[in-house]
Ligand binder design. Structure first.
Ligand code: FAD
Length: 414
């Protein structure tokens, strides 16, 4: 029989909520600690895509040579606030090291092992009815303006093909048939039939949190400001005047996890790739299949509240104010992609991707203390990997054999 523990889960984003529910279903006494409301961080405003091809790291071989052009382009996908440049430089050097061909191959094998189990894990957390209401299966399309831009993405396609990811290459007319809203202006496309997307990212997190509460999980509205590891190895967390002892804790505070992991004795090079979205309530074009523009890395996702246009990687840390011109630029790109798009009433948002330079999350026990479990750093793919992360954390707490080898995801790799 599995031992029952008192477990504190720090952070109520999608990752934390999936951990809390999976742990509760194993019979533990679980307390979810979140100061701002469930699903209000990156889990609120993401593009909602559950990518079936999410085994390609951000740092691909040769990417360093593309960076100057990306920074020069007025509507390019990459922004560095120069004041933050000295802070992000070590992270970028690690990204460069992770983009060596042999390392990229290892990273993509590890990410593919998560991908394989990702949807089954959502199926376990949601009833069939709720899964069908919250998660749509329409695939994912990458349109390319020209054959040249399609060719530039050949290394990512080859990597996905090596991992056995299913995709179809589409010519102009097939692309037009699949996505008439593109107006026939794109030359090529790549379609991933197995991809899913959530039609309501925050709704998904809240729904799982409601199940957690219904199943007698405890939620505290508080921020953890200190973690102490007592002599017996048990963690004790402080939230203002309140202190709580747990048998185990899970650090799942997204982009804010670096400081908390530090309090548990682990240094991780976690930073944030800030991202933006524009939510268009009345787009007036029908986007049948979610897309990521192959030329601009801008995602277009049909959701229950309208059409969401998202993207941008901005390096500026956790405290600089948003620069909503980034979101306006995303709208401009979407208007060129989708003739007739109505952007009136657009609502802008900025959020913090929790990113490690090798594009892999940290999942599993802290290197020197098995009472501290880590579940953070999911970068661009936290929606895709949240449910499987929850399952793996529950396996770790129960000291069961994990469905996925967690070696590559250990914090000890840094
Ligand atoms: C523009 C954009 C588009 C994206 N698109 C996709 C996509 O299409 N597909 C995909 O898979 N991923 C996507 N992502 C990434 C995904 O959103 C994230 O990886 C994921 O949401 C991370 O979830 P999380 O729970 O780790 O973090 P968050 O959702 O940020 O949650 C962290 C929580 O921790 C809480 N917290 C912080 N400090 C403390 C503390 N001291 N004590 C207690 N709680 C604390 C915060 O309040 C927050 O609620 C996108 C991200 C962005 C920004």
């Amino acid at each position: 029989m599995t031992a029952r523990y008192g477990i504190g889960v720090i952070g109520g984003g999608l990752v934390g909520v999936c951990c809390a529910l999976a742990l509760r279903r194993d019979g533990h006494e679980v307390t979810l600690i979140e100061p701002k409301g469930v699903g209000s961080g990156a889990s609120f405003g993401n593009a909602g895509l559950m990518s079936s091809g999410g085994c390609v790291p951000i740092g691909m071989p040769g990417m360093i040579w593309k960076v100057p052009a990306m920074l020069r382009k007025a509507d390019g996908p990459l922004v560095i606030r120069w004041r933050y440049a000295p802070r992000i430089a070590p992270w970028l050097l690690r990204l460069l090291a992770a983009s060596r061909p042999a390392r990229v191959e290892q990273i993509s094998i590890a990410l593919a092992s998560l991908l394989e189990a990702a949807q089954a894990a959502y199926r376990r957390l949601l009833s069939d009815e709720d899964y069908d209401a919250l998660i749509a299966r329409r695939g994912l399309l990458f349109p390319y303006r020209s054959e040249a831009s399609f060719e530039r993405a050949a290394p990512s396609r080859a990597l996905r093909a090596r991992r056995g990811v299913e995709f179809q290459v589409l010519g102009r007319s097939e692309l037009q048939r699949m996505q008439p809203a593109l107006g026939g202006k794109q030359a090529m496309g790549v379609y991933f039939p197995e991809a899913r997307h959530t039609v309501d990212p925050q709704g998904l997190a809240r729904h799982l949190a409601t199940s957690f509460t219904r199943e007698k999980g405890e939620t505290l509205t508080a921020a953890v400001d200190a973690i102490e590891i007592e002599r017996n190895g048990r963690p004790c967390v402080s939230m203002g005047e309140t202190r709580r002892r747990f048998d185990k804790i899970v650090v799942a505070a997204g982009a804010w996890s670096r400081r908390l992991a530090g309090m548990c004795g682990t240094r991780v090079p976690l930073d944030t790739e800030r991202g933006y979205h524009a939510m268009l309530p009345d787009p007036e074009v029908e986007v049948r299949v979610p897309m990521i523009s192959g030329d601009h890395s801008v995602a277009v996702t049909p959701m229950s509240g309208g059409l969401r246009i998202s993207g941008t990687v901005e390096f500026a840390g956790l405290s600089a104010p948003p620069d909503y011109r980034c979101a306006e630029r995303l709208v401009g790109i979407a208007e060129r992609l989708l003739p007739g798009l109505n952007a009136k009433g657009a609502q802008y948002w900025m959020g913090f991707r929790p990113s490690l330079p090798d594009s892999m999350p940290v999942i599993g026990p802290a290197p020197r203390n098995h009472n501290v479990l880590y579940a953070f750093g999911h970068g661009h793919l936290g929606v895709t990997y949240a449910a499987i992360t929850g399952q793996l954390i529950a396996d770790c707490a129960a000291e069961r054999r994990t469905a996925v080898d967690l070696g590559p995801f250990s914090a000890a790799r840094f």
